[in-house]
Design a protein around this ligand. Sequence first.
Ligand SMILES: [Zn+2]
Length: 178
Amino acid sequence: MKFCSECGNPVKNEVPKGDNRLRHVCTHCEIIHYQNPKIVAGTLPIFEGRILLCRRAIEPRLGYWTLPAGFMENQETTSEAALRETLEEAEATVELEGLYTVMNVPEVDQVHIFFRARLLDGNFGAGEETLEAKLFTPQEIPWDQISFPTVFQTLKHYISDHPLDYFPVHVKDILRDK
Ligand SMILES: [Zn+2]
């Protein structure tokens, strides 16, 4: 951030009184512009034992496979965001079956949340940001072509939990070099 969104004057980096972190502080109106992590919400859609993945039509990780997910919008709940992203990216209508993974990605200031979901009618397609959508059996998952560590981890958890038919919520930190 270079300029104040309130008054247009330059901002400086400083630790405000009583705080312990660097913030963008306006040099003119002295407003403190706090920045906080963004939430990415998505689903793990299942249909007849197979997992719905989307091949990305956009950067980053163009051409790699992902679970339908994206940034939450304002005024939205996490489940609404997950359902919307699933409809937009995979043209799929799903029913959520519970929170499944919560992953902190401090390096990029994001938190990724995935819900297990049931693909209702078996219909899906490629949305604007998707090259193709496809159902994979656990054995067919293209592990070396998965877009992001949080998607990789969510799929790994599902593969281990599925045979037990027990799906606890997994909370994980995705750290650099791990
Ligand atoms: Zn200002």
